[in-house]
Structures are given as structure tokens and as C-alpha cells.
Design a protein around this ligand. Structure first.
Ligand SMILES: NC(=O)C1=CN([C@@H]2O[C@H](COP(=O)(O)OP(=O)(O)OC[C@H]3O[C@@H](n4cnc5c(N)ncnc54)[C@H](O)[C@@H]3O)[C@@H](O)[C@H]2O)C=CC1
Ligand SMILES: O=C(O)C(=O)CO
Length: 330
């Protein structure tokens, strides 16, 4: 009897070990299989096999959910991504097949804005370089221009992509008396009024800003949004921060701009290919601060993201409309 009931539960596949309490939530509603052999992305051949009979896929930003994969999933109803960015999923292909796609907005907004501002501060004031200098034993004396950086307070911040995280970043910038410019696909007059910020085109933003932060999603339109021409428009003292997705800033162009002093420094939490290889040319530069995609990585936020992704999976499996459908016309 018990066994029969378990078998009636809809099948779902979870592509990585997630917090036990969240897995338990999903197990209440579903028959769950999990990729738990190691904390690396599930191999493609395993995923292709596992997806064949499931109604739900709980995945991470490291999983490529493309058309070829979806073709192997005749029963699939929902792809729940444990991330707000969903450039790893072919949403159009999912929509054509009537498959819902969900993401995890809002719960990570403040945590990611914190990290973005921390990276901005660390890059401006050369924190990692200074710490390494001390640990190497190079610190001989206090010296007038030793390890001098750029001031953050009172400077001009240009935000490209004024969405949830962009707005949260403005709130932090205001605490540092920064003058904020922004560029967005659509102008947001209410946000301008609320925070006293100014809309500009990309060229003016690049020309005027001391700090440029990229916070758009990664789409065909934002691929290489910041390339050699854009970097040349920036001030030689400017700092570029990217906490959105790697492909938005062209890495070859950034390498040259940092090496040649076209811009002063950059802070990256994301790379075109992750994990970035340790001998990547960018990592040889002293004026690059690099992080391993930890924007949303606080304990509380990661648990909230995991829970939100689980709730949406369960809602869809139970025939309800999940709150954060990215393809609402599915
Ligand atoms: N480093 C990390 O760990 C994290 C990275 N992210 C990244 O940050 C991105 C932004 O997240 P949210 O603020 O929640 O998204 P959002 O959707 O609220 O904001 C994105 C903004 O970018 C604008 N935009 C889109 N395409 C544009 C274009 N071509 N030109 C100018 N503006 C454009 C949109 O109009 C929107 O205002 C995510 O898509 C994700 O890729 C998010 C969380 C953590
Ligand atoms: O949510 C995202 O898009 C991330 O990059 C990690 O939180």
C-alpha cells in the first residue's frame, strides 16, 4: 500500500545536493532523484537519462537546459532554476513545449547588492592587493602614496541595468553620498524621483562615471555590451564592476584595457567560462579583483533561494501557477 502511494507521486530530478530541509519539502510531494555523487554539475549524459521520465526539473545556473535536452523530456512540466538569472535555459524552446520556467528573484536582491558594493569598495581601495602585500612581508613603512586607491564617497556611480539589484545598489550608494547615473532598457521615472538619480545614454554614463556597475541579465542584446569601444569611453581612473554575467563584458577587451591603463581597475564576480581557469590572463593583473560567483552567497539567502525554487516546482507539479514564471504565456 505505502509503496503504491509513493509510486504515484510525480517524479522530479534535482541536479545538485540542496539543503536537506528543502529536499524534504520536495519529497513530500514528489518522488525525487538527486545528483549527489559530488558537488559538480551533473554530467550531461546522466542528465539526459534522468530527464526522460520526470515532470519536474530543479536545476542550477550551471546546468544547460537547451532544446536538445528538452526534446528528451516528454513529461516535463516545469524547470525551476535556483537563480534569478536564467540564461542557462532556452526559455523559448520550453515555451514551445508548454514547459513552465521559474527563477528566484527578490530573495537574493539585497545580498547581491551587498556583494556588489563590497566588490566596488575592495577594488577601489585595493583591499586584496594590500592584504597580499602585508602577508608577503613587503610592508616596510607607512608611505605617502603607498597602495593609494580611488575615493568612493561623493563619486559618480553609473549603473547599467536598473532592476531589482540595481535599485538596491542605489540605496547603498546614497549612503556614500554618491551621484548616481543609470542606463536601462526602459527609463524608470518613479525610481529617478524616489532616489534622485539621473537617466543617461550608455555613452554619457561611461564618460561621466567613476564606477560603472553592470547589472543587466545576459541576453543576446547584452552579449559583449562592454567591449573595447565602451572601455575607451571610460575615465582612466574608472573602475568597472560586473556581478551579473560574464558574457556581458568582453574579457579580451577588459584585459587590454586594464593592462594598458585605459581604465584603472575592475572587479568581477562572474566570468565568460566558469570556473575561470587559474591561468586566465585577467588573473595575472594586479588591478583586477576576482571572485568565484558569490553574489548571492549568504547562508540565509541561499537557503531562501533553494526554498523558493522548491515551492515553485511543487506549485507547478500540483497544477498551480508558480509565482515567478519567466514564460507567463506558456
Ligand atoms: N553574481 C551573482 O551571484 C548574481 C548575479 N545576478 C545577475 O544579475 C542580474 C540582474 O538581476 P535582477 O536585478 O534581479 O534583474 P532585473 O530583471 O530586476 O533587472 C535587470 C534590469 O536590466 C535591464 N535590462 C535588460 N536588458 C537590458 C539591455 N539590453 N540594456 C539595458 N538594460 C537592460 C532590465 O530592464 C532590468 O531593469 C540577473 O539576471 C543575474 O544574471 C543576480 C543575482 C546574483
Ligand atoms: O541568481 C543568480 O542569477 C546568480 O547568479 C546566483 O545567485
Amino acid at each position: 500500500m505505502m509503496e503504491g502511494m509513493v509510486n504515484m507521486k510525480p517524479k522530479v530530478y534535482v541536479t545538485r545536493q540542496i539543503p536537506d530541509e528543502v529536499l524534504a519539502m520536495i519529497r513530500q510531494a514528489c518522488e525525487v532523484r538527486v545528483w549527489s555523487e559530488s558537488d559538480v554539475p551533473v554530467p550531461r549524459d546522466v542528465l539526459e537519462r534522468e530527464i526522460a521520465d520526470v515532470e519536474g526539473l530543479y536545476c542550477l545556473l550551471t546546468d544547460q537546459v537547451d532544446e536538445a535536452l528538452l526534446e528528451r523530456a516528454p513529461r516535463l512540466k516545469i524547470v525551476s532554476n535556483m537563480a534569478v538569472g536564467y540564461n542557462n535555459i532556452d526559455v523559448e524552446a520550453a515555451t514551445r513545449r508548454g514547459i513552465m520556467v521559474t527563477n528566484t528573484p527578490d530573495v537574493l536582491t539585497e545580498t547581491t547588492a551587498d556583494l556588489t558594493f563590497a566588490l566596488l569598495m575592495a577594488t577601489a581601495r585595493r583591499l586584496l592587493e594590500a592584504s597580499d602585500y602585508l602577508r608577503r612581508g613587503d610592508w616596510q613603512t607607512w608611505s605617502p602614496m603607498l597602495l593609494t586607491g580611488q575615493d568612493v564617497f561623493g563619486s559618480t556611480l553609473g549603473i547599467i541595468g536598473m532592476g531589482r539589484i540595481g535599485e538596491a545598489l542605489v540605496r547603498r550608494a546614497k549612503g556614500f553620498n554618491m551621484n548616481v547615473l543609470y542606463y536601462n532598457r526602459t527609463r524608470k521615472e518613479k525610481t529617478e524621483e524616489a532616489y534622485g538619480i539621473r537617466y543617461t545614454d550608455m555613452n554619457e554614463l561611461l564618460r561621466m562615471s567613476d564606477f560603472v556597475c553592470v547589472l543587466t541579465p545576459y541576453t543576446p542584446q547584452t552579449h559583449d555590451l562592454i567591449g573595447a569601444a565602451e572601455l575607451r569611453r571610460m575615465k582612466p581612473t574608472a573602475v568597472l564592476i560586473n556581478t551579473s554575467r560574464g558574457g556581458i563584458v568582453n574579457e579580451d577587451a577588459l584585459y587590454e584595457a586594464l593592462r594598458d591603463g585605459t581604465i584603472w581597475a575592475a572587479g568581477l564576480d562572474v566570468f565568460e567560462r566558469e570556473p575561470v581557469v587559474p591561468d586566465h590572463p585577467l588573473l595575472t593583473l594586479p588591478n583586477l579583483v576576482s571572485l568565484p560567483h558569490i553574489g548571492s552567497a549568504s547562508v540565509a539567502t541561499r537557503i531562501q533561494m533553494a526554498r523558493l525554487a522548491a515551492n515553485q516546482l511543487i506549485d507547478a507539479i500540483n497544477g498551480h501557477r508558480p509565482a515567478h514564471l519567466v514564460n507567463p504565456n506558456v
